[in-house]
Design a protein around this ligand. Sequence first.
Ligand code: ZN
Length: 425
Amino acid sequence: MTVIGLDDTDSRELGMCTTYVAARVAERAAAEGAVARTLLVRLNPAVEHKTRGNAALAVHCDLDGERALALAREELDRAATADPDTNPGVVVADCDPGAVPESVVGVAERAVREYVRPGTAREVVAEAGFATAERGTGRGLVGATAAVGAWRAFEEWTYECLSYREPDRWGTPREVDRESAFAAAEAGYPEVWDTVDREEGVAVCVPRTPCPVLHGIRGDGPDAVRRVADAIEGEPVARRRVFVTNQGTDAHLQPATDGVRDGRAYRLDGRVTAPPETREGGHVFFGLAPDGDSGGTAGDLECVAFEPTKRFRDRVRALRVGDRLTVCGEVSDGTLKLEKFAVRDLVTAERVTPDCPDCGRSMASAGRDAGYRCRDCATSADGRVERELDRDLAVGWYEVPPCARRHIAKPLVRGGFDAPVHPER
Ligand code: ZN
């Protein structure tokens, strides 16, 4: 077996995308031999300088290493020539994808959760004896190496069926029949997810960038995603490929055992300490004190649900000080951008000034440590009383809607969560 890893061929000018190059490499490899699978690996979404979508690709095939490298080079050059903003990299491993060295697996794990320098990737592949090709700064070598190590690094995989447009249509408005997309999404759910956002009325599967993709259908099984793609009507499809991916797996989340750092994504427990506040632009912020074993030494952590997360913000606005949560999301500038949260324990009562039993009006303070009394009825009370709160939230997981989902974030409908779920669709 041979593993061809590819990254960073995305070009804004030419409307290219790495998945398209990988699809072409896979097609050509299949014409000369066999292709076992094509991987689409989403890297750390928080990393600066990321390419759009931050994707790396791997083709698992039976070409010999030399031929594989030549073929990948040809396709890279076709795709990336004139654009100075692309820094593509190729790594060719002439071994089984399940047998790549531990150091390469380590690059895959780190590239999804933190930041890997190009120099580190270069050293690791040189030591492994893998062939490489790079252009520009060689930043793409990191993703290419991660793509080679991914099969061993991760256990959970999902599928995406990508359909590509005819080249002469690239950059023009896409013709996708809305009704058929919504019907296919309904028929494929829940095995196929994030195809559309029903509440927002958005066909999430259709990209808005000038790339060659017509639509991408995501789900738990290869046949299911292909069926939904087949059922969507629209302009002609030039090529179609099902990728094995780490999308929708939460592979980027890590525990905050060493505290919380910018550029990483966490899953951590804590207690709400500052009430939700809607700020300019419609973003909703609140404060959270992470538990001691969740990196909770450096003070409160600001959490935010940005405006594009739409109705998710209503869930966040319903939080109260004292609620116990598990939050998931990427941290940048010291703020955690919420992807989902679990309500563990809700505050169900608050202490309030008592009402007068006779007239029903709120009592007034009778002075320091003197309790409360009603001036009109001469009734009195010893102190504040507990009042039950009517909460709009239930225990369990809440998530951003499909229109705001990160590629790598796991939709609740996929299951495997440790509490009841409240999926968005
Ligand atoms: Zn009264």
